[in-house]
Design a protein around this ligand. Structure first.
Ligand code: ZN
Length: 408
């Protein structure tokens, strides 16, 4: 990793990730791991025209202490100043950047039941603000190495070497290691768009997945739905890239239409704990059975968070031969691992996966089958021999994936 590459990565985040506009505010969430890099990003945001850049620093050991010591009552309450902050966001619509670096095991041992109850209590208070902001602002999630995270991925290396290796992996998978990452992202977006355009031209009614590990599964798609990928456009008509890296083409499937069983192909890191080698079986669109070699209780709890938690909110297609999968690294972080291979998500669907979504109300989305839930959790099902067939309304079958990769 060179200083020039870091500079290019910081610029990529400000210019192509957030696409900061003249006079806009930028809010950044970052851990204490890489203050020099965060400083570079702040400068790039100002250079791109930001009027004000605010960094909200956090430190995972402090977050863990809060989760441990605070009572259910205090973590279930949303203070007036926190509401005022959300209202400010609704009024000003700042760009939001999340820079991840925390330890995947850093919250291990906290009381999951207490956290679940707290989420249930705060969700209805936060939701109206979130609804008012939906699709209005540019946001982006990126990652930088943290010491514990790097050691988790490369346990046999000294910490400095592990950090260096993780930087290289992040820059490579973010397509930020070359001469001109901004140009690389323009080309990448163009490629993803071509795939989306083709799949959308098929007007598929359902997807069928099959794999030698036992996955045998069918999911219905929404008539008005569409596949999206790469960058998106906010309601303010600003094009931005919400995830760096991003390899997926995804849609919101029809909640309540799914049959069969899927087997995980990577561990799922949920609430700071790992769920491993698991399967999820669907009947009439709902999860009816989950099994896991590790973390089964947590998985059961996850799918029963609320009604929508047992239904699907996302189907994402990613070639098994993807830059992230090719690193051979398990990142223990969804941003990377979800872009390694095909995945599904339980919980909340995406309104912007509906064509002309700005025309519709919440009621319309629910009627169409866009799932609603307080959770949205991705889990990997892509394998090297996965076959995916798209079924059109008249029953015509179109091969989308063959041997884990795109068939077109
Ligand atoms: Zn996804």
């Amino acid at each position: 990793m060179t200083q020039q590459q870091l500079q290019n990565y910081a610029k990529l985040i400000a210019v192509k990730g957030l696409n900061v506009q003249d006079g806009q505010e930028v809010w950044i969430n970052a851990e204490l791991d890489q203050p020099e890099f965060v400083t570079m990003v702040v400068e790039e945001c100002y250079k791109a025209g930001a009027a004000k850049v605010v960094v909200d620093w956090s430190h995972q050991p402090v977050s863990k202490l809060n989760a441990t010591y605070r009572s259910l009552e205090t973590i279930s309450a949303v203070a007036e100043w926190e509401k005022a902050k959300m209202q400010y966001q609704v009024d000003k619509i700042p760009c939001r950047l999340h820079i991840e670096s925390s330890d995947p095991d850093g919250m291990k041992g906290i009381d999951q039941e207490k956290m679940r109850k707290a989420s249930l209590a705060t969700y209805p208070i936060i939701k109206p603000y979130r609804d008012q902001l939906e699709n209005k602002y540019q946001w982006c999630i990126v990652a930088v190495p943290g010491k514990a995270w790097a050691k988790k991925i490369f346990p046999d290396l000294p910490v400095e070497d592990a950090m260096e290796k993780l930087w290289d992996a992040i820059l490579m998978t973010a397509r930020a290691d070359g001469e001109d990452p901004c140009k690389a992202w323009d080309e990448h977006n163009e490629n993803l768009k071509k795939r989306c355009d083709y799949i959308n031209s098929l007007h598929l009614a359902s997807l069928e997945y099959r794999s030698s590990n036992g996955t045998d599964f069918k999911v219905g798609l929404i008539d008005e739905g569409r596949f999206c990928g790469g960058g998106e456009t906010s309601l303010q008509s600003i094009f931005f890239n919400p995830n760096i890296p991003s390899e997926e083409i995804f849609t919101s499937p029809k909640a309540g239409v799914a049959e069969g069983i899927v087997y995980s192909t990577k561990p799922l890191s949920y609430r700071g704990e790992l769920i491993e080698n698991f399967s999820v079986r669907f009947e009439n669109g709902k999860v009816v059975e989950v099994k896991a070699e590790k973390g089964e209780e947590l998985l059961k709890q996850m799918v029963s968070m609320d009604e929508g938690a047992s239904m699907l909110g996302e189907c994402a297609l990613i070639a098994y031969d993807s830059p992230i999968n090719n690193t051979g690294i398990l990142f223990f972080n969804t941003l990377f691992d979800e872009n390694a291979s095909c995945h599904l998500a339980l919980g909340r669907g995406f309104h912007d996966c509906i064509t002309d979504f700005e025309k519709y109300t919440q009621e319309d989305f629910t009627k169409m089958g866009v799932n609603e839930s307080m959770i949205h959790v991705d889990f990997m099902i892509g394998s090297e021999d996965m076959e995916i067939v798209g079924v059109q309304k008249d029953g015509t079958r179109v091969q989308l994936f063959k041997n884990g990769n795109w068939a077109f």
